[in-house]
Design a protein around this ligand. Sequence first.
Ligand code: NDP
Length: 237
Amino acid sequence: MNDFTDKNVLVLGGSRGIGAAIVRRLAAGGGQVAFTYAGSQQAAEDLAHETGATPIRTDSADRSELLATVAGRGALDVLVVAAGALVMGDPLGIAADAVDHMIDVNVRAPYHAAIEAARRMNADGRIIVIGSVNGDRMPFAGGAAYALTKSAVQGMVRGLARDLGARGITVNAIQPGPTDSDMNPADGPMAETMHGFMAIKRHARPSEIAELTAYIAGPHAAMITGSMQTIDGGFGA
Ligand code: NDP
C-alpha cells in the first residue's frame, strides 16, 4: 500500500461511488484527505465519520465556489476530480440545460480546479481526473454529449502534463469502464448490454478504480504523465 502520510489530498466529488472509494483508499494510506460533495450531505457525513476525512460542501458547477474550496486547501499534494454527471439519451430530446450542466461538472470544473490547484501545488504533486473509456469508445447511441466531456478530459490531461512537468507534477486520467455505483448500478437496465462489449463481463468495483488511482497518486508513478489509464474489463479493446 502506498504511503500517503502527511500528504495533503483533495477529492472533488467524494460523497458516493468512485470518489468515496478513493477517499477511503487514500485516507487508509494515511493521507490528510478532504473531499467535496454537492447534494449527499448524509453520505458525506457518514464517510467523514468512517475515514476521518474532511467533507466540504461545494458545487463543482459553481466556479467561484469551486475555486475557493481548492484554494482553501492550500498546497495540495494530490488532487483527484471524481465529481461527474451523466446525461444519456436521444440528443434531439435531451434538455440543452442538462447537457450544459454536465459540461460544467465534467469539463469546466476539472480544468479550473486543476489550474487553481497548480497555483500552489507542492513539487511532485498529482492531478488525477476520473474520465471514462467512453472518451475512447462510445459503442451505443445516446452517449454523444457524455463522450464529448470525457474526450475533452483527455486533451486537458495531455496539455497540462506539459505545462506542469517541470515541477514534477503529473497529470493523468483514470478511465473506468462500467463501474458499480449509483450512476451505473451493476443490476441496472443497461448492464447486460454493457457486459456484451467487455472481455471481463462484470461491472468493476469502485475499490478497483480506487486502487489504480492510489498507484497513480503514489511515488512509484512519477514517470506516468499525460496518460489515460483505462480500467474497463476490455470494454475499449
Ligand atoms: P455517482 O453518481 O455514483 O457519484 C457522483 C459523485 O459526484 C457524487 O459524490 C456526487 O456528489 C458528485 N457530484 C456530482 N455532481 C457534483 C457537483 N455538481 N458538485 C460536486 N460534486 C458532485 O458517480 P460515479 O462514482 O459512478 O462516477 C464518478 C466519475 O466516474 C464520473 O466522472 C463518471 O463520469 C466517471 N465514470 C463512471 C463510470 C461508471 O460506470 N460508474 C464509468 C466511467 C466513468 P453528491 O451526491 O454529493 O452530489
